[in-house]
Design a protein around this ligand. Structure first.
Ligand code: GTP
Ligand code: MG
Length: 204
């Protein structure tokens, strides 16, 4: 898919105030600093469109970016620094869970994880929560440029195997990316394009 336009539409902290156009949207979620905002910029080829920072906690609100005038990418804040216990899901900022539960336009969440790390409890819990709420999502491995090429695939497969070992019956769609060297860009845009086409053929 060719990106012809990408524009910032709005930031807000309430799902009720998000754009009300019936267009498909994709939301980026994951721990602070994992590379959500950087990946949005890489996908649409617009450095600085989504604000990035070396310090965790840069993105604070729900940010809508309209792409090619007919779908949205949504940049979200990272979920907490603290481990979330099973009992206390509130630690995921309230409007993040509200966004995922209520946003009808959401067609797929992208859960970003740093490819260098083993599965972290907070990511596993968030994915489990998405599964329980029947919210479609894909896993996106980020910062693949930080690994030697011959270990990238091995590391991703080891992560996915751990999901299978921890009660997952199948692994969700997954992509390996780098915002530095643009790895994974075409695959991810192709995935989005396919979902967009299904969305528009079902809603026309
Ligand atoms: P919050 O908004 O704080 O939740 O963070 P975020 O997930 O949006 O991360 P952001 O895109 O701001 O990136 C965090 C840091 O990681 C920045 O210093 C980026 O330059 C760096 N970074 C992001 N993606 C990559 C990547 O693919 N490779 C490398 N080497 N660095 C990356
Ligand atoms: Mg960010």
């Amino acid at each position: 898919m060719k990106i012809t336009s990408a524009e910032f539409i709005m930031s807000n902290s309430s799902v009720a105030k998000c754009p009300n156009e019936p267009l498909p949207e994709y939301a980026f979620i994951g721990r602070s600093n994992v590379g959500k905002s950087s990946l949005i910029n890489m996908l649409v080829d617009r450095r600085g469109l989504a604000k990035t920072s070396g310090k965790p906690g840069k993105t604070q609100l729900i940010n809508h970016f309209k792409i090619n005038n007919n779908w949205f990418l949504v940049d979200l804040p990272g979920y907490g620094y603290a481990r979330v216990s099973k009992k206390d899901k509130k630690t995921f900022q309230k409007y993040i869970t509200e966004y995922f539960q209520k946003r009808k336009q959401l067609v797929c969440g992208f859960v970003l994880v740093d490819i260098r790390h083993d599965p972290q409890p907070i990511d596993l819990e968030f994915m489990e929560w998405l599964g329980t709420n029947q919210i479609p999502f894909a896993i996106i491995f980020t910062k693949a440029d930080k690994l030697k090429p011959n270990v990238i695939e091995k590391q991703a497969n080891a992560y996915l195997q751990k999901l299978l070992d921890s009660a997952w019956e199948e692994v969700p769609p997954h992509f390996t990316t780098s915002s530095s060297n643009r790895m994974g860009r075409e695959d991810l845009l192709g995935f989005i394009d396919k979902i967009n086409q299904d969305f528009f053929s079902n809603n026309s």
